[in-house]
Design a binder for this molecule. Structure first.
Ligand code: HMG
Length: 369
């Protein structure tokens, strides 16, 4: 087992060294849910932009997702696990009010000893916060050259018949934060937060409470503040055009289009201009999100993983994180030498190929359990 250097050195190049993703083995297509709820399927597929949702079988949960994604990321990284000095798991699918989800991950992948291991909660923003903490830990010199394992994992379920039901989903994304082989994370980021009750889950309740219209407004406002801060005095159209991709937290794809329309209004663009940017630089990176639904903390990082897959080294992208309550942050990344290979795509493609799409009856049975 390697030991960290005794004295802090220069801030090391930092970013995502490896990625691993995991989706559960069940799925439900929108036509089945629409039939069950007596809705026009176009409301879900066109109105919300959803296609399928990922669902966990009864004997499989958030800890299983997190461990599987972490194992995939660590194997792909290929480093000495003794070099992992920080393990942070972002989730809002708490399985215990005290024991952190990171303890399940540590157990599953064999990490113990001189490791700072903890869980981060801030709705869908928790995974991004964990990643920022890991990045800043390395950049500060406190890591003494060690690497971090960050996991974003959630199972998103609403009460049956809740308007949020078509946006359900599940999934986990794990990132090893070390040398920026897949993507460098730029040190400066652009946060915005405001206290709000847009989406929350009181202790002891199984499903979230949601103020849908307020949540849409909060998301749009957060995007406006974060992007305005990032653009600064530059011309917004030129600044955004220079990006290879813009990734967003994806509660449902239409939310992202609404936010981009709003950014267009703020920047004084025509709707055609905003929709053109959306079609070229945003919509393609939601391909996997459309198949797995809202995986809360993992949702943004699923989109980032899709965008980085095949990206040429040196290309830049943004990642807009939003978590109800509410907190948001805009990050910038630069594709590294291993982005073009997109090794992690096999995780998603394999899981999607192997999963079973259940029908409305089986879904009802699953929910009854
Ligand atoms: P709703 O109120 O039932 O839907 O649920 P609606 O009536 O607003 O319709 C949705 C869209 O479908 C509308 O389009 C309709 O016109 C259209 P829009 O006008 O908005 O562009 N529509 C149709 N389109 C085609 N053919 C049809 C048809 N019928 C209607 N026949 C709501 C929508 C978002 C409220 C619900 O899904 C919900 O509560 N979702 C959960 C909350 C959410 O996702 N909020 C997003 C922002 S907050 C966030 O991102 C954080 C979160 O991830 C949690 C966290 O941070 O932890 C949620």
């Amino acid at each position: 087992m390697s030991r960290p250097a005794d004295r802090p050195s220069e801030p090391p190049a930092t970013g995502i060294a490896a990625l691993g993703l995991k989706l559960p083995r069940l799925g439900l297509a929108m036509d089945q849910l629409a039939q069950l709820r007596g809705e026009d399927v176009a409301k879900y597929t066109i109105g919300l932009g959803c296609s399928e949702m990922a669902l966990c079988p009864r004997d499989y949960g958030v800890a299983d997702l997190a461990v599987a994604a972490a194992e995939r990321a660590l194997e792909r990284w290929g480093g000495d696990r003794g070099r992992i000095g920080l393990l942070a798991v972002g989730t809002e699918t708490a399985v215990d009010m005290s024991r952190p989800l990171s303890a399940w991950v540590a157990d599953g992948v064999g990490l113990s000893g001189a490791v700072r291991s903890y869980e981060v909660k801030h709705a869908c923003y928790g995974g991004t916060l964990a990643l920022r903490q890991a990045t800043e830990w390395r950049l500060s010199g406190a890591a003494r050259g060690q690497a971090a394992l960050v996991v974003a994992a959630d199972v998103a379920l609403y009460a049956p018949e809740d308007p949020g039901e078509p946006t359900q989903g599940a999934g986990a994304v794990a990132l090893v934060v070390d040398e920026p082989r897949v993507a460098a994370l730029e040190a400066v980021s652009y946060p915005w937060s405001e206290p709000a009750f847009d989406f929350w889950r009181p202790v002891g309740e199984s499903f979230p409470r949601v103020d849908g219209p307020l949540s849409l407004d909060c998301y749009r406002r957060a995007a406006e503040h974060c992007f305005q801060a990032w653009v600064g005095k530059e011309d917004p159209a030129q600044a955004l055009e220079a990006l290879e991709a813009l990734c967003f937290h994806v509660p449902f794809p239409k939310m992202v289009r609404k936010a981009v329309d709003h950014l267009g209004e703020v920047f004084g663009w025509s709707q055609e201009q905003a929709r053109d940017l959306y079609a070229r630089k945003i919509e393609p990176s939601m391909e996997w999100n459309r198949r797995c639904g809202n995986s809360y903390t993992a949702s943004l990082w699923t989109s980032v993983a899709r965008a980085l897959n095949g990206m040429e080294e040196g290309k830049r992208l943004t990642a807009f994180s939003y978590g109800s309550g509410f907190g948001a942050e805009l990050l910038t990344l630069v594709a590294g030498p291993e982005a073009a290979g997109g090794a992690w795509a096999e995780d998603v493609e394999g899981d999607l190929a192997e999963r079973s799409l259940i029908d409305a009856g089986a879904y009802q049975e699953l929910r009854a359990g």
